[in-house]
Design a protein around this ligand. Structure first.
Ligand code: MTE
Length: 323
C-alpha cells in the first residue's frame, strides 16, 4: 500500500456512548441470554479478552475442505494502519485497543438507527464458523476460520429505506489507543463501502472471532467486515459506524490512490494492479514460522474462487474498469 503524507486537519473524535448505558444494556443482555440459551460472547476488557473461547458456534459447509492458517499466523501478519504500517506492527501495538465496551452507530437511510452496544448489534443471531480463503492485494493469502454473523441479518433489523443503495463503514478514531493515528499515514477514519446487494449477499459477514476465539485486537476486535471474494482491504476492522447511503462511498485506499484501488476490489487475476500482476498468490499457512518468502505460489482464482456464488452480482459490468 502507498503511504501519503497527509494534509493537516485533525481526526474526528470517536463517538462512544456513555459507559453506564452500555453496562446496563450488557447486564440486561447477559440476563436475557442466560434465560434464552442464546450464544453470548465472553466480555472482557482490553487484551484480557485474548484467547477467550466463543460458545455455541455453528459449523457451516464453508471451507470445510481447506486447511486453515494457524491463529498465530493469522494474528502476526496484519494490515491495520491504526497500529503502524508494518505487517508486524499491529501484533506489537494493538494491545492498547479497548474493544470493550464498544458502540456501533447504525445511521443513514434506515428506520432503526441509533447507537448500540455491539453485543446488541449481533444479538439474536446464531454465530457461525465459516472458513474463507482471503486474498490480499500484495499477493498473499490465508485461510481463516471466521466466527461471525451474516451482515444481511443486521441490515434487515435496521430496515433500510429505498434510498439506501450502498453501505458505508467506519473504523474507530482514537489516537490515544490507536498510535498509528497520530502519524496521519492515512486520512482517518478508515472507511469502506459495499453496494447494497454485496452487503446483503449471504457470503458477507461481520466477524467477531477467529479459530473459535474472540478476535485478537490486531485482527479488528471486536467486530469487522469479511467479504471473501474481494481483496483484503475491503475487510474494515474495529467498526464503529454502519451507514446506509445513496451514493457510492469513497473508500480509504481509493481516496489514497484511485488509479490503484477501486470501489469494487473484486479479486481478479485478469486485471493487473498498475505496479504488479494479480495472477498468483502465496498461501501463508502460519506453520514453520511465517515462511512468507517460501510459501507456495498458487494461481489466484476469479472472485477468489467464489465465482459461482457472486459472479451474478456483476453481470454486464466491465470488470477491467470497475476494479
Ligand atoms: N481496517 C482498518 N481499520 N485499518 C486498516 O489499515 N487494512 C486493510 C483491512 N482493514 C486496514 C483495515 C487491509 S489493507 C487489509 S489487507 C486487511 O485489513 C487485512 O486484514 P488482516 O490483517 O485481518 O489479514
Amino acid at each position: 500500500m502507498l503511504i501519503r503524507i497527509r494534509k493537516a486537519s485533525d481526526p474526528k473524535a470517536s463517538e462512544i456512548a456513555s459507559k453506564d448505558a452500555i453496562l446496563n444494556r450488557r447486564a440486561f443482555m447477559q440476563a436475557a441470554a442466560a434465560a434464552s440459551g442464546v450464544a453470548l460472547l465472553p466480555m472482557f476488557a482490553n487484551d484480557a479478552r485474548a484467547g477467550m473461547k466463543i460458545e455455541n458456534v455453528m459449523k457451516t459447509k464453508w471451507g470445510a475442505e481447506e486447511k486453515p492458517t494457524t491463529l498465530k499466523g493469522i494474528s502476526s501478519y496484519n494490515n491495520f494502519y491504526e497500529f503502524g504500517t508494518g505487517k508486524e506492527d499491529p501484533a506489537a501495538n494493538a494491545h492498547t485497543l479497548k474493544p470493550e465496551p464498544w458502540t456501533v452507530e447504525i445511521a443513514g437511510a434506515a428506520k432503526n438507527t441509533g447507537k448500540f452496544a455491539y453485543e446488541d448489534v449481533i444479538k439474536g443471531n446464531q454465530l457461525e464458523e465459516r472458513i474463507y480463503r482471503m486474498r490480499c492485494v500484495e499477493a498473499w493469502s490465508m485461510v481463516i476460520p471466521w466466527v461471525g454473523v451474516p451482515l444481511a441479518s443486521i441490515i434487515k433489523k435496521a430496515e433500510p429505506s429505498s434510498n439506501a443503495k450502498y453501505v458505508r463503514f467506519e473504523t474507530l478514531v482514537d489516537p490515544k489507543t490507536m498510535p498509528g493515528q497520530r502519524s496521519r499515514a492515512l486520512d482517518w477514519p478508515y472507511v469502506e463501502g459495499l453496494r447494497m446487494d454485496e452487503a446483503m449477499h449471504p457470503l458477507t459477514i461481520l466477524a467477531v472471532g477467529i479459530h473459535g476465539e474472540v478476535l485478537p485486537n490486531q485482527c479488528g476486535a471486536p467486530i469487522r467486515l469479511v467479504v471473501p471474494w474481494k481483496y483484503g482491504f475491503k475487510s474494515i476492522k474495529s467498526i464503529v459506524k454502519i451507514e446506509f447511503v445513496e451514493k457510492e462511498p469513497v473508500n480509504t485506499w481509493q481516496d489514497q490512490a484511485a488509479s490503484e484501488y477501486g470501489f469494487y476490489s473484486n479479486v481478479n487475476p485478469n486485471r493487473d494492479h498498475p505496479r504488479w500482476s494479480q495472477k498468483k498468490e502465496r498461501r501463508l499457512t502460519g506453520e514453520g514460522g511465517l515462511a512468507a518468502l517460501f510459501a507456495p505460489s498458487i494461481d489466484t482464482m476469479m472472485f477468489n474462487g467464489y465465482a459461482e456464488e457472486v459472479a451474478g452480482l456483476y453481470s454486464g459490468m466491465d470488470l477491467q474498469k470497475n476494479f
